[in-house]
Design a protein around this ligand. Structure first.
Ligand code: PHB
Length: 398
């Protein structure tokens, strides 16, 4: 009896939350007729604090460059710190909808984006995924659209490149969470299909990682190639321990998705990563005029080198502006998502679009080699794979 009573109470609370979110969502459209509010949930503190800074800086830069009015509406950006805790992200998304009446959400790290998805769906709030690199995230809500990347987009391409360039025996070192698992899986699939062998897959804790024991184990296995995924914010500490363990001079080829040569960290790594080859979506050295202007403006505004996380935020803001122009300022979720599907534009990273079927990002992936230019390391692009889709969704669709 008592159990039943509790169950009924729980269902009632859940139902009122749904009604509350739904009603508030609708109210948002009436009450802020002349304002468009965008609430972005990212880590601003802790191990991944750099990610939130980069997203916030890039979104503010976009507004500063393009004006804070679009389709007759004033744009208001609200940034919330979830400290990389999914429960915080969920609560903050609820508060942004119910208290701040936001018209758009921005979702950050994979675990937080997963936790926010039911909230965005219930309240019908269009949400731009500006950081997460895990394939499944966009399938968690029909109101999710991604401007970041997937690890699969990069990891298969670098595996094929390694095979073509003589790699036969690889060890993987992966940050132990969803994007790491995905990078490792797509890499291993391509590498073994190409005739290579994976000697071991080593998983490093996400928070406060110590790479040394894993680097030692990898060294002992004597692979010809080391495939590494560490998330944004960890490339600097990784490079330092890589050099300390003597791997820099071991003859083992270091490769990975673009995260291991993150432009936010590269300037601090001296020549440690020179020669490292990665497949990535963005390099601050991308030679277009649009990118040169972006890198200069970002540096002037923040003091930092623009990186692959920042373009997720910058393009996320572009997508919101472009969708609002297309709907003449209407913020109705179905109209906005309809406008975003199939949208194409030129980004600092190169041409990109939103897949109309999957709402996922389609973009060029570049193979790049770290080289010293004017005394600083840069990831210099030398081969382009145009309009790459998320390979895991491609496989599922077949
Ligand atoms: C993610 O949240 O999926 C993520 C974050 C940072 C990265 C890669 C993936 O560098």
């Amino acid at each position: 009896m008592r159990y039943k009573h509790l169950m009924a109470g729980g269902i009632a609370i859940a139902a009122s939350l749904v009604i509350g979110l739904g009603a508030r969502g609708a109210a948002a459209q009436d009450s802020n007729n002349n304002t468009v509010k965008i609430g972005v949930v990212v880590p601003m503190t802790g191990t991944s604090g750099a990610v939130g800074r980069e997203i916030s800086d890039a979104m503010h830069l976009y507004i500063a460059q393009h004006g804070d009015t679009v389709a007759g509406k004033k744009v208001e950006l609200i940034i919330k710190d979830d400290q990389s805790v999914p429960d915080n992200a969920k609560r903050l998304a609820q508060e942004l909808i119910v208290n701040d009446h936001v018209n758009f959400l921005g979702a950050g790290l994979t675990p937080s984006a997963m936790a926010m998805a039911p909230i965005a769906t219930q309240a019908k709030v269009p949400t731009v995924v500006v950081v997460s690199g895990t394939s499944i995230v966009t399938e968690k809500s029909p109101y999710y659209v991604r401007t970041s990347f997937t690890l699969g987009q990069q990891s298969g391409i670098i595996a094929d490149w390694a095979i073509e360039n003589g790699s036969k025996r690889a060890v993987s070192i992966l940050s132990d969470w969803a994007p790491g698992a995905e990078a490792g899986k797509v890499f291993a699939d391509h590498f073994t299909k190409g005739g290579g062998q994976i000697l071991d897959t080593l998983k490093v804790p996400l928070a406060n990682p110590d790479f040394s024991p894993f680097l030692q184990r990898a060294h002992d296995l004597q692979p010809d190639t080391l495939f590494v995924f560490v998330p944004a914010g960890q490339a600097g500490p990784f490079a330092k321990q890589f050099a300390e363990r003597g791997l820099e001079k071991s003859g083992i080829k270091l490769i990975g998705p673009g995260d291991i040569v993150d432009d936010d960290d590269l300037p601090t790594t001296g020549d440690t990563l020179v020669g490292v080859v990665t497949a990535g979506l963005y390099s601050a050295a991308h030679p277009s005029q649009l990118n040169k202007d972006y890198v200069a403006a970002y540096k002037k505004a923040t003091g930092h080198r623009a990186n692959f996380i920042s373009v997720g935020g910058y393009d996320g803001m572009h997508l919101i502006y472009a969708a609002l122009k297309a709907t003449n300022g209407k913020t109705d979720a179905d109209a906005i998502i309809g406008a975003m599907k199939g949208m194409k534009w030129e980004s600092p990273r190169g041409p990109m679009s939103i897949d109309p079927q999957t709402r996922d990002v389609v973009q060029n992936i570049y193979i790049r080699k770290v080289q010293m230019v004017n005394g600083e390391p840069w990831a210099i692009e030398f081969k382009t794979f145009p309009a790459v889709k998320d390979p895991l969704k491609e496989v599922a669709a077949k």
